[in-house]
Design a protein around this ligand. Sequence first.
Ligand code: NAD
Ligand code: WQD
Length: 337
Amino acid sequence: MILITGGAGYIGSHTAVVLLQAGYDIVIFDNLCNSSKVAIERIEQITSQPVPFVEGDIRHERELQQVFERYPIEAVIHFAGLKAVGESMQKPLAYFDNNINGTVQLLQVMQQHHVHQLVFSSSATVYGDNATREFVEIMPLGMPTNNYGYTKLVIEQMLEKMAQAEPQWAFANLRYFNPIGAHPGGLLGEDPQGIPNNLLPYVAQVAVGKLASLNIFGNDYDTPDGTAIRDYLHVMDLAQGHLKALQYLRGKTGNFIWNLGTGQGQSVQQIVQTFEQVTGISIPYQIAPRRAGDIAAFWANANKAQNELGWKAQYSLDTMIKDLWNWQSHNPNGFNT
Ligand code: NAD
Ligand code: WQD
């Protein structure tokens, strides 16, 4: 059985579907601080099976202990954590506590129960503001431009040191680029609280009429159209990457790192244009100042994941946006139906 921390959240819920459909037994552990129990019901609806769910906090040792006592857990996929970049600059301690301390608690309980396989949600943010635009795993890491990213760097380094000291561990550090899109059936997707921080959820809420217009943060970057470039990948491709990493870890020990991205960069302007083409809805926008901490352009070199995991992103940008729009237009209020 696989424990999925943060499995009620955006990426975790899609990964839960992929694991269940691949025949794994799972248990989801989530404190619902940024998600809804309705997501669990939707996972059940999509997969036509009951999903064990425990409401709890990874920082609370007793709650985690109970899960490990109750279920025969063999490996953990660890999504639980806070992820709002701006908030992390105002409340660093909340990020250190949930992300770093929470991961330490989880590792301690895993160790007590002789579970040594962990897939960790890392991020391209660990490369920092690097001179190179194509990020490859062997590059030296940089200092992330925000406190959220810093927690990912610290956790990656902790896992590296643990694997060196205690060779029974097997860790997969998955460095996600920019996950977007939704389950193709329209029952699961991203449901940000309040005004979205990220580009695609914001654009989708403009399209659905909840927000008036998009601010494009900067059109004076050193890129072909002046707007910033990112590597957007479909959340279902990302979920598939977790399945592959889990399968790879089985029977192995060590600390492994894989980028998960498409290898292609898209500018903010290209995203807006593609959204308009795919949905037929025009997105009013204005150019705003650059957002603090943003980097001009980066994308993944995803060859390592392809060679070692046999993973390659399959979905086109059009499909990512089509699926996002299917989710957003059928669930304009997210899981608050
Ligand atoms: P999300 O907020 O939708 O999911 C995280 C889940 O963890 C939520 O359901 C939340 O309720 C839960 N959670 C938070 N703190 C918890 C705690 N202390 N105990 C138990 N549960 C807790 O976010 P997501 O986009 O699905 O991201 C999942 C993971 O991937 C996070 O670790 C995030 O930092 C990482 N990540 C996300 C992105 C992205 O762009 N979405 C990119 C790179 C990495
Ligand atoms: C993409 C581009 C913005 C909103 C963040 C985190 C990263 C990872 C993924 C979790 C940028 C521009 C955005 C808007 C805009 N998260 N933009 N108007 O910043 O690449 O990555 O999410 O791990 O760590 O930093 O993603 O979607 O916020 O922005 O013009 O209203 O869209 O400036 O160039 P980002 P994003």
